[in-house]
Design a protein around this ligand. Structure first.
Ligand code: URP
Ligand code: ZN
Ligand code: ZN
Length: 487
């Protein structure tokens, strides 16, 4: 009998450090050996001519979740993670979304039960806080962080879920004390509301006015504000979905100042522009998300920021709504852009789009692809080395890619429930053919083999990324004359 349950043989194993010809041996759920000419396994996968990559970690996706605007998104954990798996992603971090009046502890129980029933990939949650009552801040949040839910999501805009500045600081102070990251949808609420109301009152209501209503300065202003909160408390933050050149430049400067800021962008900001919403009737709603995609100049700046490491994470921000009365058009055929649910499906296309651009078209390298789509998100969110890399002792989460397979994306070929992809019509080269999650083949031959509910929750320890760097500003540091007033 073999010592290995499975050997992935003869492929090129990709990491952030390089691409090496190696076999990967798996016992149970884990990788137990890497090397050339490993002994025969009980089962073998022939990976000659293939790239053997870590399963993707998608650290920002909305699954089976009520939006800020109160619209239920189109996916269940089963449909969303099925799409993720087909696209080479084996771990998702979605949201346990607290709405006002909800008890946070119950929210986490509810989302955990939904994921345990449906998920095919492994999963974790960001704790989405929109009701920072004493019950939330003193009782539930500390206990949930200590239990391993080590990232929090806050909104600075969206009427029903946004926090005021002082509430953001309250949440950040609890995160600092217990060791969690604070992730943010950072846009200036007042600027957006003022612009949107003015546009609508003048009759400019089509989807193409949605990007106009989110001025680029609203991102810059909110980034700068949150960064100064982070500096005051010495609390690490993640700025979600950077969309502008100015936003990327602000992140770069803050990191240069030694402030612990991480940042992500998403395929829609690299491959789409505001013009994508300019379509007949309400059709442009399919391309509407917040913040909106901007210009080619912004795309170029974001690519450069990824290259420089100013942005570390590439997530999908999968937020699926059908183009019908259950989703995008829930306010009816006369909807203004303000009434249309924001968000795009993207769990399945995230990795193929990025592989095609970065590797097949030569805009970057395989190493960088692995870094921004798997290893860096796993490290920043406390999942590494269990997830995000092909290493001995890690979970056997592996996507075996045919780097030459050409696929034209179509609405019909997608496996989530939104019914469309904003990237339909693009032909891309490189596709994940076989996907393993903890040693089990969950995708092969174009079919899914995992049972709903076979994904496992990933509780997390406090990673270095989540720890304060140790020097809060004198105004907050209880060791100083100023900060003593706050102790
Ligand atoms: O438009 C988007 N991104 N919708 C999802 C909610 C959010 O803003 O993250
Ligand atoms: Zn957002
Ligand atoms: Zn989002």
């Amino acid at each position: 009998m073999s010592v290995y349950d499975l050997v992935v043989r003869g492929g090129s194993v990709a990491s952030t450090e390089g691409v090496f010809p190696m076999d990967v041996a798996i016992r149970g759920e884990h990788i137990v050996a890497l090397g050339q000419d490993l002994p025969q396994g009980t089962r073998e996968i022939d990976a000659k001519g293939r790239l053997v990559m870590p399963g993707g970690v998608d650290a920002h996706c909305h699954i089976e979740q009520l939006s800020g605007g109160g619209i239920m998104n189109a996916d269940t954990f089963e449909s969303a993670t099925r799409a993720a798996a087909f696209g080479g992603t084996t771990t998702t971090i979605s949201f346990a979304a607290q709405h006002r009046g909800d008890r946070l502890r119950r929210v986490v129980e509810r989302y955990t039960a939904l994921a345990e029933r449906g998920a095919l990939t492994d999963f974790a949650f960001h704790l989405w806080i929109s009701d920072p009552t004493p019950e939330t801040l003193v009782e539930d949040l500390p206990a949930l962080i200590d239990a391993g839910h080590r990232s929090i999501k806050i909104f600075m805009t969206y009427e029903n879920v946004r926090l005021l500045d002082e509430q953001v600081l309250d949440v950040m102070a609890v995160a600092r004390q217990h060791g969690a990251l604070v992730c943010a949808h950072a846009e200036n609420h007042g600027m957006i509301k003022w612009m949107a109301d003015r546009l609508v009152s003048r009759g400019y209501v089509a989807p193409k006015f949605h990007p106009v209503s989110h001025p680029r300065g609203s991102e810059a202003e909110a980034f700068e504000r949150l960064i100064r909160f982070s500096e005051l408390l010495d609390q690490p933050i993640v700025l979600f979905h950077v969309s502008t050149a100015e936003g990327a430049a602000i992140v770069r400067r803050a990191r240069g100042e030694g402030i612990k800021v991480f940042a992500e962008t998403c395929p829609q900001y690299l491959f789409m522009t505001a013009d994508d919403t300019d379509r007949p009737g309400l059709e442009g709603a399919k391309w509407m998300c917040s913040p909106p995609p901007r210009t080619v100049r912004d795309q170029n700046a974001l690519w450069r920021a990824l290259d420089l490491g100013d942005l570390q994470i590439l997530s999908s921000d999968h937020a699926p709504y059908r183009y019908d009365e259950t989703g995008k058009l829930s306010a009816g055929p006369g909807s203004t852009f303000k009434q249309i649910a924001n968000g795009l499906p993207g769990l399945e296309t995230r990795l193929p789009l990025m592989f095609d651009a970065m590797v097949s078209r030569g805009m970057s390298t395989i190493e960088k692809f692995v870094e921004i789509t798997a290893t860096a998100p796993a490290k920043i969110y406390g999942l590494h080395p269990r997830k995000g890399a092909i290493v001995v002792g890690g979970d056997a989460d592996i996507a075996i890619w045919d780097p030459n397979r050409e696929v034209t994306l179509t609405d019909e070929a997608m496996h989530d429930n939104s019914g469309y992809t904003p990237f339909a019509g693009r032909t891309i080269r490189g596709w994940p053919e076989i996907v393993l999650r903890r040693g089990s083949v969950i995708v092969s031959d174009g079919a899914i083999h995992a049972k709903p509910g076979s994904g496992k929750i990933q509780l997390r320890d406090c990673a270095d990324s989540m720890k304060p760097s140790g020097t809060p500003s004198p105004e907050f540091d209880p060791q100083t004359n100023f900060g003593a007033h706050l102790a």
